[in-house]
Design a protein around this ligand. Sequence first.
Ligand code: ACO
Length: 326
Amino acid sequence: MKIIGTGSALPEKVVTNDMLAGFLETSDSWIRTRTGIETRRLLSTETLSELAMTAAMKALESSKMKPEDIDYIICSNVANSYVTPSLSSIIMGPLGCKCPCTDINGACVGFIYALDIADAFVKTGKAKNILIVAAEEPSRFCNWHERETSVLFADGAGAVVVTEGEGFRDFIVTGDTHTDVLYYKRQMEVTPYDRVEEKTQPLVMQGREVFKLAVRSCIKDVDTILERNGLTGKEIDMYLLHQANKRINDSIREHLGEPEAKFPLNMTKYGNTSSASIPILMDELSREGVLKDGMKLLLSAFGGGFVTGAAILDWSAIEYDKENNE
Ligand code: ACO
């Protein structure tokens, strides 16, 4: 399976660390040094489904596929204002597609999980051309009176179109129960039989625990996938890692002993956009011409659960229509 189109969309509202320090007891220097984040984009006037639509349309356009060519849509989304219908159902009609569609929740690893599922569908002939959209609004899970979480998260959407062909070599997806280190609980309706009203619990995160789990498990995934594909870290041209915290990514890079240039970052300007972070980064690098034909890429991410995932692929350059290439 290979990627033949990419797209992304971000909210217009740019929020700086200083803006957050205007109402939270925090500072630009704390956020920069602890996380690498300088600004983030937050939904204000747009909706998540609009971002998902825009990212999907750009991916479709660059893939040169028509909406009717798509025979499966997978959206990666942790939560949005609709519990049902799925985000993939919501965007399918306006996109002009008519095919099976479903949402998955693989936390921040959702994009890699979606690719892994798509790869199995393509290999078995269940589907040929699949649209994957990772669209997330984690800023809406946070308690905005708490500095521990709200400064980290941001909103955005990234999308790819995949089809048959040489590209992905291997995937790893893992799960290990640590449900207490990162969770967000939503209130549901009270029934006549269950009158205990459980309130919404905005995002709870044990930051240090998440940090340690993330570094440990991503290093394990990266080492395992390199070894079983007979590759060394040096042979990877670029590492597209989940954009949660620069220090997490630096720890993985230091373990591999590889140069900073191979570890592009965009959490500096976009914050942590959960499962959308890797496809947004991929779309930007591809449109800028940084991702060149034949480059070996390694993707790796971690997320609440605790789940992780990694993939290795050989990149095929995508030609973008210059007028729409923004
Ligand atoms: N501004 C200023 N001070 C703060 C802030 C803030 N925004 N947040 C916490 N602090 C304070 C704490 O209260 C603490 O104060 P104290 O020493 O008086 O007790 C101090 O800063 C140090 O807090 P720590 O939690 O020890 O800081 P740490 O260096 O561990 O950094 C951080 C915290 C950035 C959250 C880090 O642990 C981290 O990045 N963890 C991983 C988070 C992550 O990746 N989350 C997403 C995971 S999954 C997904 O992507 C959805």
